[in-house]
Design a protein around this ligand. Sequence first.
Ligand SMILES: [Zn+2]
Length: 407
Amino acid sequence: MEEHIALLNGKLITPFREIDKGFVLIKDDLIEKIGPMKETVIPEGTQTIDVKGRYIAPGFIDSHLHGAFGGSVMAATENDLKLMAQGLVRCGTTSFLPTTLSAPWDDIIKTVDCISQAMKKDLQGARILGVHIEGPYLNLEQKGAQNPEYIYPPDPDQYLPLLDKYPSIIRVTAAPEVPGCLKLGRQLRKRNIIAAIGHSNATYQQVLEAVENGYSHVTHMFSGMSGVKRIKGYRISGVIESTLLLDELTTELIADGHHLPPSLMKLVLHSKGRDKVCLVTDSMSAAGMGPGRYDLGGLGVIVEADVPEEFEIPTQKDNYVAKLSDRSVFASSVSTMDKLIRNMVNYCDLNIRQAVQLVTYNAAKIQHLEDEIGILAEHKKADLTVFDSDINIKMTIVNGRILYKSL
Ligand SMILES: [Zn+2]
């Protein structure tokens, strides 16, 4: 049966332009038409919703998260993924890449298998786009909050069977300077999997080699990566400088208001241009839950809002971050997409349209999915979200179905 939904009187963000007083007509799981209200054509039997001047944007895409709303990716249960999917729609996220952590290989297989099975089911929430594998092929010296016990160089006998069995794997983060990771990059590109540089100590020369061998993206800019170092007095560029410089590389910001000060986020947008950067939450199970003690890949984590005086953004109530128990490093975030957009608008001089582009079109393009999602246009997936000027999410539609509504 054909089913139409019409959203009326919205401020549309496509995200390339804004259409004031616009409408979106949805048929089944696709967008059938968008435009100004005066061009509205509403078929008989359409469910009409007046959004009263609020924004209508493509649904947000999160390509890097380990958990949220009490659900943890590595727990490898359908229920954990369901908790995430159903929580995320409350924050405007319509699709996401559950991301693994360094762990015993069997646990990684189990997790990938669980995600692949869940992708065939209706979780009544945000849609799983595929799996993002982060670890074990990282550099121990840039481990961050990844469990060092399970970080080691890649072996094709280990990863090729996994890649062959699970086409659901669409992104892998690895450290290209680790022996075997260039070959891994070539194997990933052969399968159209995005190869991302992350938790890496690479030099500029090694980043160039990575680009030559299929790496196109850089995981969580400034976190777990090398910067300028000196060898015998000579300055050697690291992953940070290489990413800022090379047009061949896209990157992502954990814009939770803790991982990066506004000055660094602005530096990245300024150097890369606003079309090569997306935002990710990199969140863990405590996202959307509140302060306390949690677990991340077997490591103890404390969630609190304790910002040093020197940081550019002062401590704010309800703006928490996750740290390893000894408070030495951040352990993922507890942020959500709506907050990331708000941070870009409040601290990085972007308007709402520009900030929305980072989590919609840009995120889709980096993952080569822009033909399907990330744009409010005819024949794209009907993944949409409606919010007010403070980015309070009012409604979220996934695959043409209203899964969250507080209008
Ligand atoms: Zn990471």
